[in-house]
Ligand binder design. Structure first.
Ligand code: LLP
Length: 432
């Protein structure tokens, strides 16, 4: 069992007489009250994560922290982060809409889409957000009377890094961003079109735990920004180094030393500003995972244990609830929430109820003896957990709950079978 995660996240989770507590609440009580599967988010941890990252950078530089809404767009999560002072990065009109409902005004929003339609661009313009263009030729798709205030281009700096295959977003094969040459033309054109303020952006990969990567890639972006500033005469208002800050999912990974990362990034940032005489743009970052991943556990109930050549433990959360193991072979730490003090006795496969053989949440995992009715806690489920869940196999999506000290509140009701039918209709001629 992954007991290491309790040591690492000791402020949020604890073992009380063999039962997992989330803040001050028993996971057994939460599961009984709200049912399973349920995503349970610790509000204290969320605030702590924001403060730790924000402080690391802001004590060294003017700094703007955009939250990447796609990681977890629950309105309560967005509201907490908005209260903490976050700005937000949205990848589509719906995220802009959600962020605004959570109280972010247009000036605090960046719209980083890709392959956008004209309608999407128009929506973003109307909402008054800064558009981060993936491709400068998209400027031609704006309405002719478009009022361009802030504008930004996403750079593909030619290299990227990710925690695993599928999480690298830059380099020659990436579908994202623009080369320096392309972006150069884009900034010149945006200037001609009357843009007033300019940002520059990259997002090169996700779940990076190598602290040296961040200053190295910032240096590449700053050289590009410096050359663009020199040739176009643009003074950047912000430089956004993207997200990608990783969290440990396994015992042999260590948390990012965020103060050290911030210091090395800011050192490069400042020395390049001097080198290219770039004025004083604000440094920005755009994390998703770092802020939300470890705030949330997914509680699932054991429905059936099959003992054949292997032991399969079937739970009521599968690839429909948490897609990451099936999609990326991602490892999520797990504990039997009602048997924390029991020794591991066997290796099991933990699976969901979906009719796909990829519906395995954990393979060959050492666990205590498990039986029907046990409660499984799957950690680090706050980033790309609910947000990538689906109704596949006609399974309604999970509930979400937020916990603060000894209170637990529902922040998304569990879907019902009626929700699955929502919007469907049978043409009258088929009913004759
Ligand atoms: N900014 C942009 C433009 C992004 O596309 C992303 C993530 C982020 C920021 C935040 O990245 P983070 O700080 O979370 O690494 N589904 C995958 C992760 C995909 C990330 C997609 N873009 C997973 O479950 O690991």
């Amino acid at each position: 069992m992954d007991r290491w995660i309790l040591r690492l996240l000791a402020d949020s989770y604890s073992n009380k007489d063999g039962v997992l507590f989330i803040e001050e609440l028993s996971s057994i009580d939460i599961a009984e009250r709200f049912g399973t599967p349920v995503y349970v988010t610790s509000e204290s941890r969320l605030r702590e994560n924001y403060r730790r990252l924000y402080k690391a950078f802001s004590r060294l530089s003017r700094f703007r922290l955009f939250y990447a809404v796609k990681a977890n767009s629950n309105l309560a999560v967005l509201t907490v982060l908005r209260q903490e002072g976050a700005w937000a990065d949205c990848s589509c009109p719906a995220e802009i809409y959600e962020a605004r409902i959570a109280g972010f005004n247009g000036e605090r929003l960046l719209y980083t889409g890709n392959y956008n339609s004209r309608e999407e661009l128009r929506f973003a313009l109307d909402a008054g957000v800064t558009i981060n263009f993936d491709d400068p030729s998209m400027l031609n798709k704006l309405p002719s009377n478009a009022k361009l205030n802030g504008i930004c281009f996403r750079i593909n700096p030619g290299i990227g890094k990710g925690g695993r295959e599928g999480l690298v977003f830059a380099g020659p094969d990436a579908k994202f961003g623009s080369s320096e040459d392309h972006a150069m033309k884009g900034y010149k054109k945006a200037k001609e079109m009357g843009a007033k303020s300019f940002g520059i952006h990259m997002m090169t990969g996700s779940n990076v735990l190598d602290p040296r990567y961040f200053p190295a890639i910032t240096e590449v972006l700053m050289d590009i920004a410096g050359r663009i500033a020199k040739e176009t005469g643009i003074e950047f208002e912000f430089v956004n180094i993207g997200g990608g800050f990783g969290v440990p999912y396994t015992d042999n990974e260590t948390p990012l030393p965020i103060d050290e990362v911030a210091k090395s990034v800011v050192d490069v940032f400042k020395s390049k500003l001097d080198e290219y005489r770039m004025g004083s743009p604000t440094l920005a970052a755009e994390p998703g995972r770092y802020l939300v991943a470890d705030t949330t556990v997914l509680l699932a109930r054991v429905c059936h244990v099959k003992k054949s050549e292997k032991t399969f433990v079937g739970i009521d959360a599968g690839m429909n609830t948490l897609l990451r193991p099936a999609l990326y072979k991602a490892y999520h730490p797990m504990l039997t929430a009602n048997r924390l003090n029991e020794e591991d006795v066997e290796q099991v496969n933990i699976c969901g109820q979906i009719c796909e053989n990829t519906d395995i949440i954990a393979r060959d995992r050492s666990m205590p003896r498990m039986q029907e009715g046990d409660l499984l806690a799957i950690f680090n489920a706050g980033a790309y957990g609910f947000s990538m869940s689906s109704q596949y196999n006609n399974r309604p999506r999970a509930a979400e709950v937020i916990v603060l000290k000894d209170s637990a509140e529902l922040i998304r009701r569990r879907e019902s079978i009626h929700d699955l039918l929502e919007g469907q209709q049978i043409p009258a001629r088929l009913l004759q």
